[in-house]
Design a protein around this ligand. Structure first.
Ligand SMILES: Cc1ncc(COP(=O)(O)O)c(C=O)c1O
Length: 394
């Protein structure tokens, strides 16, 4: 039986559009991430899953510990639902209401850690929480710089870059009763989130590999010095780094106590072209064929589920099964209808499904209320996404 036949049979009772997760692929992706982590715990990046039931499944697996959340209201919700007792909000918050709720709730205050990278964050937290103590983590800039800082490769995030800056912020945190430093985080997006083997781009691939290799060396050195400098100020519960694309390399650094990963579970399209790992597509969505405008063309309902980031072709979803379908260059993925071109179109009838993959992992869940969980050739469960639980945090 082909993959497409298996998915069609398993979901034959469902009316597309719908989204599904292939549990076999999901579990094998999770196992591969833990193999790559070499015994260091993986903190699951919830933004890349956005489904409570699947987060719980992952956290029940050996090798995973803790959630990396994307907003404080999300973290408060997960803590309240007892999804996890160690939740790191990986991005700074300016939400005074949520901060006040965090400080008021004893369980949440002992479970949730918020991100800071400047004194202004500390002021804002202390103002909102009225002096009750909140757990904080310092975000470190992990970008790679060259040409005296004129070239920067990597996410533009924290202004804290040197051991001196990190230690100074740690000392300032130590002076304030309203915040307690428990961790450091440095996310090397230029390694963890950039494929080093894009097809048909040998020169670009070589340049990416070169920069990633240099960045890895620079960051490993700097991260070790930063951790040492901050540990001289205070004890740390964790040092977090990495993401799906860098798990084995980040985990190998002595100074790092845990890695983060999420996208590798669903194995979304943007994570297809890495030399160090290859996951199995686990999260798909099915759209129905609703017209056949001409030979070699079918039109499906929906499809315009673009991923965030720089607006280029890489943000489009991928027509996955049957193989051999592509978007029309003038229409792309449409708001309501999407024409698909290719020989495979002639073998599709109205009412058939086309299976797609999203470019990014968790954003798929902002489009669908539920995920149908497929094991073998049947749907074994249907679970709500964050959106399906009425929780759209971003
Ligand atoms: C702080 C941080 N850590 C880790 C990750 C890696 O997550 P994923 O494995 O889903 O790419 C991200 C992704 O953007 C991130 O922002």
């Amino acid at each position: 039986m082909t993959l497409r036949e298996r998915y069609d049979i398993a979901t034959s009772h469902l009316e597309p559009p719908f989204a599904m997760v292939d549990l076999e692929a999901f579990r094998s992706n999770a196992a591969d991430l833990t193999r790559r982590a070499h015994g260091k715990p993986i903190r699951v990046a919830s933004k890349s899953v956005r489904c409570r039931a699947l987060l719980e499944q992952v956290l029940a697996m050996d090798g995973f510990a803790g959630v990396m959340a994307f907003t404080l209201p999300e973290a408060l919700w997960l803590a309240g639902e007892r999804v996890c007792d160690d939740i790191l909000v990986a991005y700074p918050t300016a939400d005074q209401t949520a901060l006040a709720r965090l400080a008021d709730d004893e369980h949440a205050a002992s479970t949730v850690t918020v991100m800071v990278d400047c004194v202004e964050h500390l002021d804002l937290i202390e103002k909102a929480t009225g002096g009750r103590t909140v757990r904080v983590c310092i975000d470190i800039d992990a970008a790679w710089r060259a040409a005296g800082g004129r070239i920067r490769v990597g996410a533009l995030r924290s202004p804290v870059r040197t051991p001196e800056q990190a230690a100074e912020l740690a000392r300032e945190i130590g002076r304030r009763p309203g915040v307690r430093l428990v961790g450091l985080m440095a996310y090397e997006s230029q390694i963890a989130g950039v494929g080093d083997n894009p097809p048909g781009k040998p020169l670009f691939s070589r340049a990416v590999r070169l920069i990633q290799a240099q960045s890895r060396v620079e960051l490993a050195r700097r991260r070790a010095l930063i951790v040492k400098a901050v540990r001289e100020v205070t004890d740390l519960e964790f040092v977090n780094g990495g993401g799906t694309g860098s798990v084995e390399k980040t985990a190998a650094e002595k100074a790092v106590t845990e890695v983060a990963a999420g996208s590798g579970l669903y194995q979304s399209v943007l994570f297809d072209h890495y030399t160090n790992f290859s996951g199995s597509p686990a999260a798909l969505f099915a759209l129905p064929v609703v017209r056949r405008p001409a030979p070699g063309v079918v039109t499906v309902l929906g499809g315009g589920y673009l991923a965030s980031g720089v607006a280029d072709r890489n943000r489009l979803p991928q027509p996955y099964l049957p193989a051999g379908l592509r978007f029309d260059a003038r229409e792309g993925a449409g708001e309501v209808q999407t024409p698909l071109l290719g020989k495979a179109a002639d073998r599709l009838r109205i009412g058939d499904r086309v299976w797609f993959r999203h470019a990014k992992a968790g954003e798929l869940c902002e489009r669908f209320d539920a995920l149908h969980l497929v094991d073998g050739d049947r749907v074994v469960d249907t679970v709500p996404t964050y959106r399906g639980e009425g929780r759209t945090f971003l």
